[in-house]
Design a protein around this ligand. Sequence first.
Ligand code: ATP
Ligand code: MG
Length: 335
Amino acid sequence: RIQRRNIQYRRDIDFFAPKLIAIFESLVPADEEIAKQKQLINSLNKLISREWPHARLHLYGSCANSFGVSNSDIDVCLSIDEKELGKAEILLKLADILEAGNLQNVQALTRARVPIVKMMDPETGLSCDICINNLLAVVNTKLLKDYAMIDPRLRQLAFIVKHWAKSRRVNETYQGTLSSYAYVIMCIHFLQNRRPAILPCLQAMEATYVVRVDNIDCAFFDDVDKLHAFGARNRESISRLLWAFFHYWAYQHDYTADVVSIRTGTLISKHSKDWTRRIGNDRHLICIEDPFETSHDLGRVVDKFTIKILREEFERAANILQYDPNPTVTLFEPY
Ligand code: ATP
Ligand code: MG
C-alpha cells in the first residue's frame, strides 16, 4: 500500500506515554461503580422475573465491553421469548413493572430507531436504557471485551480516542459523526494492522464461541487467556500508537476505496461490498464494517458536511501530536 504521507515521529513522542496513561487511568471507572451496576441488574432481574420467569437481562455497551468511562449510562437488553406481545407492548408493560418497582423517570420510547425504556434508579443514582432482544449488541459487546483482554494498549488507546472524540464533539451519531462503538472498532483494526501486530483477528481463528442471532452466525476464538502475550513483540508506546492512529486517519486512509474490517483483520474494498455510491441515506464516506452485521456500515451516519469536520479533527489531532509542546492538554481542548 502506498502511504500518501509519511512523516517521522517527533523525537520525544515516547515522553508523553506516562501522561496519556495517567489520563486513561483517570477515566476508568472505580470498582465501586462496577459493583453498583451489578447490584442494579440483580434487583431489576428480580423485579422482572416475577412477571416474566424466563426473561433475562444482559448488560451490553460500554458498561460491559470494558470501554466505559465513569458515570456513563448503562445499556441493558431484555431477552424475552414472548409470542403474544409486540415490541411496543413489551416495552409498555416493562415500563409499568419498573414504575411499580419504584424506579424513577420511567419513559417508554416506542418510536425510537432502537425502541427503549429509560429509567433512573434512585438507590444507586444510575440511569439506564433497556432495549428488547437486541442480542447482536450483546454478542458484539463480548467480542470487544475479549479483544480488550489481549493487550492493555487497546483499552488505553480507545479510552483516549473516545475522550478526544467527546471533547471535540465528534462522537454524536445524531449529528452525523461516529458512535463510540465505531471508534473502538477503528482502534481494534488499527492494532490488528501494526507490524508486528498487537491484536489478532479473532473471527479468522478457530471458533471456540459460536452463536446464531437474528439469522447471523457469530463465531470467533474467545479463549483469550491463551493470547495474553500476542502483542508482546511490538513494543510501541501508547503515545506512538495514538500519533500513528491519527496520522493514519488524517493522511493515510484511502477514503475513496477502503473499508475497515475487523472481521477479516484487514482493509477490504468498497467495491467488493458495493459501497461505492450513495444508496438511500447510506453515503459510505467513511466505511467501517460491523463485525457481524456485515451489510451494516457504521460510518453510514456521516454526510458530506460531517466527513469534512471529522477529517479536519483527525488532522488537528495528528498535527498536535506532531508539533504541539503540550499535546496531552491541547488534544482534548473542548470544541
Ligand atoms: P458510550 O461510553 O459512549 O456510551 P458505548 O460503548 O455504550 O459507549 P454506544 O455507541 O452507545 O457505545 O453503543 C452501545 C452498544 O450498542 C455498543 O457497544 C454496541 O454493542 C451497540 N451498537 C451501537 N451502535 C451500533 C451499531 N451502529 N450497530 C450495531 N451495534 C451497535
Ligand atoms: Mg452507551
